[in-house]
Design a protein around this ligand. Structure first.
Ligand code: FAD
Length: 386
């Protein structure tokens, strides 16, 4: 068992960290305040090739491993930034990579790798379906060589900053399938060509996430927008979930470390009752506990990523890493907020922004309750609870 990172992994961390240093806390604060997309940051990241990390070299990417991708996203959040602005490119890619046809991959992946096209948006969640994805109502009907899609999505993030949308739609109605997870299909929608049939209405949220409600009205896409086989879209999505869990947990680990470092530094400097507040166990213990939780989650994330890269089953580890890391980041955020007292609420210290951002991952892309259900059912053999 070897807990050391390779030279290459250390180089990735160093290079991403240097790039992030050009976009400091103030840059992110201003993006948050103006609800602006961190365009310059995402461009710099694309130009440096980091967003193409997981695309195989034959399609113009770097062909790096999941562990490398994890380090990239972790370092962005550890630097004080927010990888959510661009992480979907790494998550959503998995469905195209694993299940897309050769023609689709050759058409899109090199242009995504070069930064010419962005694949940042994915539309799964619907208002009436929520966590029960098979209840989605968006429907794609075959019409000759095309599909005509109608329906709507909610919480589709980064829509305005993406050229491509990965869209899940039913191709067989819910009440006509034997298993409810059947009869859904995945489409790669080129928004530059077909975007007019989709109306996006921004949803105001407590974080700068650029999320939208989509109204889809007779969106006509060619048959070759379909990924893989018709009716298997949900299974394709499931097969990319482990990657998503590992990458999300990495962002949370980055957040957690940021909180712990900021809290410890502030606790050492802030003097009240004529001594550093960090001398009080009531201040230092929560930071120490959060540090342990973050580092324990980081080990589970490493195990999950190592298994993933070795092509071994990692569903249990990926889910546990997602839960542990997102809860640890939240614990660390709370410790930081408490350490800073009233100053935690001011924008000047950036803790309140990171605290709001870190909270998201307990709920999205999957809520931690559903991760607990997975662990209970699949790892412990308990009855399915829903
Ligand atoms: C800022 C933001 C960005 C997002 N971006 C995207 C995106 O780009 N694309 C996309 O498709 N979606 C996106 N989402 C949606 C996100 O994935 C969902 O919000 C999330 O999966 C939960 O679904 P829901 O909100 O419908 O909650 P619901 O399913 O309504 O659940 C509500 C609560 O009930 C709990 N619950 C429900 N059923 C059970 C059960 N059986 N057992 C225990 N607890 C249960 C849940 O854990 C949750 O706490 C985003 C959400 C947010 C907030």
């Amino acid at each position: 068992m070897d807990f050391d990172f390779s030279d290459g992994q250390r180089e990735i961390r160093g290079a991403v960290s240097s790039l992030c240093a050009r976009f400091g806390d103030e840059y992110w604060r201003q993006c948050d305040e103006r609800s602006a997309y961190p365009e310059e940051f995402v461009r710099a990241l694309s130009e440096a090739g980091w967003l193409a990390a997981l695309i195989p070299q034959e399609y113009g990417g770097a062909g790096l491993a999941m562990l490398d991708g994890s380090i990239i996203l972790e370092e962005i959040n550890h630097s004080g930034g927010n990888a959510a602005a661009c992480h979907a490119q790494m998550y959503t890619m998995a469905s195209l990579l694993k299940h897309g046809g050769e023609e689709q991959k050759r058409r899109y992946l090199p242009r995504i790798a070069s930064g010419e096209l962005r694949l940042q948006a994915f539309g799964v969640t619907e208002p009436d379906a929520g966590s029960e994805t098979p209840r989605i109502k968006t429907f794609a009907r075959r019409a000759g060589d095309n599909y005509v899609i109608n329906g709507g999505k909610i919480f589709t993030s980064r829509y305005q900053h993406s050229d491509l949308l990965l869209l899940l739609a039913r191709t067989t109605p819910f009440d006509e399938v034997k298993k409810k997870t059947e009869g859904m299909s995945l489409f790669l929608v080129n928004l530059r060509e077909y975007g007019d049939a989709i109306k996006a209405v921004p949803i105001a949220t407590m974080i700068n996430h650029g999320t939208n409600q989509l109204f889809i009205d007779n969106l006509t896409v060619p048959r070759d927008a379909l990924i893989g086989e018709e009716g298997k879209g949900f299974h394709y999505l499931l097969s990319s979930l482990n990657a998503e869990r590992i990458l999300v947990s990495s962002e949370s680990i980055g957040d957690g470390r940021w909180f712990v470092e900021h809290a410890a530094s502030y606790a050492n400097e802030r003097r009240v009752f004529d001594r550093a507040i960090g001398m009080n166990q009531g201040v230092q213990f929560p930071i120490a506990k959060a540090h342990m939780a973050v580092e324990a989650a980081a080990l589970m994330r490493l195990k999950a990523a190592a298994l993933f890269d070795a092509n071994r089953p990692c569903g249990g580890e990926a889910n546990m890493a997602k839960y542990l890391a997102t809860e640890a980041a939240w614990e660390a955020g709370e410790a930081a907020m408490n350490t800073l007292g009233g100053y935690g609420f001011t924008k000047q210290y950036h803790v309140e922004r990171k605290w709001r951002e870190a909270r998201l991952y307990r709920t999205a892309p999957i809520s931690n309750n559903l991760v607990l259900s997975y662990v209970a059912e699949h790892l412990l053999g308990l009855p399915r609870s829903y």
